[in-house]
Design a protein around this ligand. Structure first.
Ligand code: SF4
Length: 377
């Protein structure tokens, strides 16, 4: 297949859904975790839940880097934005994420110099064109985006740029999956493996999940047919009593990953001893810091960063949703105090947040049909 519409062909989708129904044992309840927030959005956007049998439950995992960042890191970043000599730059996805004293967008509305960039190299361009200001790039993401930050730091060093630094919040996916599997209240039958991260890290880093934990994992793409095929491959493994790493997304994910990207990351970053994740707590060796050789471009060393710790609002259940223990609609604040217009947690505004997926594709649809039912004829 070459074209997107082939991955959305209703007839092929119908046949694949039929194959799922054939493979699923009606006497068994399957709990499959899609690790990546991009998958959660695709599942709800394309209504895939509706074609699955009721005994296949999809559990949403922690693969949204904006969502897993604790509020304290956002506040640390915004403290840099308040410096008069700083231009604070970040991806658009970060702009509405609430910190304890407001989001980056609210800081911008108050007159601070906060700018949206589409890549770290855009932030570098800002530094070149504003030599009298210091540009801080708020770097975020799993191994998917870390290589572009690494390449930007290599470029900053090559150019000897002195008014640019990175506030590094890159995290790594494997320790998060390990934390989920170690969680005593979590029972899973298999994983729909993350497609984007795997383009960089490949499939090998997941082998322990199959070997040591006995759970199948299928690295999967983001089109409707990709996801359904991923589920077929998981069900086949479960039916045959196998636990292996398989790659459904071969058109994009090489088994060994992207060596050039991994090399750039290794040159610029090293693992932090530990890092705090929202909902999962402190996880050892789960995030990247900038190596000493690049210290002059590390915002945490250029400026003094307080390292504040902020607890989420008491009623917010973002942590439980991130761990897959609760569905978004089970959070007491969902759709009432917490909406995309007035978010309490990052999960409600990130493009990969599961609360945003439920709200935009399920809640709005349900509200609209309630309104049309109630409308006078
Ligand atoms: S509804 Fe809001 S407060 Fe509740 S889990 Fe989602 S983002 Fe967090």
């Amino acid at each position: 297949m070459k074209f997107v519409d082939e991955f959305r062909d209703p007839e092929v989708i119908g046949r694949t859904a039929e194959e799922i129904r054939r493979l699923a044992d009606p006497g068994r309840h399957y709990r499959l975790m899609e690790v990546c927030g991009g998958h959660t959005h695709a599942i709800y956007r394309f209504g895939l839940k509706d074609v699955l049998p009721a005994n296949i439950e999809l559990i949403h995992g922690p693969g949204c880097p904006v969502c897993v960042l604790p509020m304290g890191r956002i506040d640390d970043g915004l403290a840099l934005a308040r410096r008069p000599d700083v231009i604070f730059s970040a991806f658009g996805d970060m702009m509405r994420v609430p910190g304890a004293h407001g989001s980056p967008l609210e800081h911008k509305a108050k007159g601070l110099d906060v700018r949206i960039v589409y890549s770290p190299s855009d932030a570098l361009k800002l530094a070149r064109t504003n030599p009298d200001r210091h540009v801080v790039f708020f770097a975020i993401g799993f191994e998917t985006t870390a290589p572009s930050t690494a390449l930007t730091l290599l470029r900053a060093r090559a150019e000897g740029l002195e008014n640019f630094s990175v506030f590094c919040n890159h995290v790594t996916i494997i320790p998060a999956i390990r934390a989920i599997l170690d969680s005593p209240d979590m029972r899973l039958d298999g994983f729909i493996g993350p497609g984007h991260v795997s383009t960089v890290i490949g499939c090998r880093p997941y082998e322990w999940i199959a070997r040591d934990e006995g759970k199948p994992i299928v690295v999967t793409g983001f089109e409707p047919l990709d996801l359904l095929q991923g589920i077929v491959m998981l069900l086949r493994q479960l039916k045959e009593g196998r636990a292996e790493v398989e790659n459904q997304y071969t058109r994009v994910v090489p088994w060994e990953g992207n060596r050039a990207a991994l090399r750039a990351m290794a040159e610029v970053f090293q693992l932090r001893p530990y890092f705090e994740w929202r909902g999962l707590g402190f996880i050892s060796q789960s995030a990247l810091r900038i190596r000493d050789e690049f210290a002059q471009w590390d915002a945490e060393r250029v400026f003094s960063v307080a390292g504040v710790r902020v607890t989420d609002p008491k009623a917010a259940q973002c942590g439980e949703v991130l761990k897959g223990v609760l569905k978004p609609v089970q959070c007491k604040l969902f759709g009432r105090e917490c909406t995309p217009e007035h978010p309490v947690g990052a999960l409600m505004v990130s493009s990969e947040g599961s609360c945003a997926a439920y709200f935009n594709y399920e809640h709005r649809k349900a509200s609209a049909s309630m309104t049309s039912l109630a409308a006078p004829v």
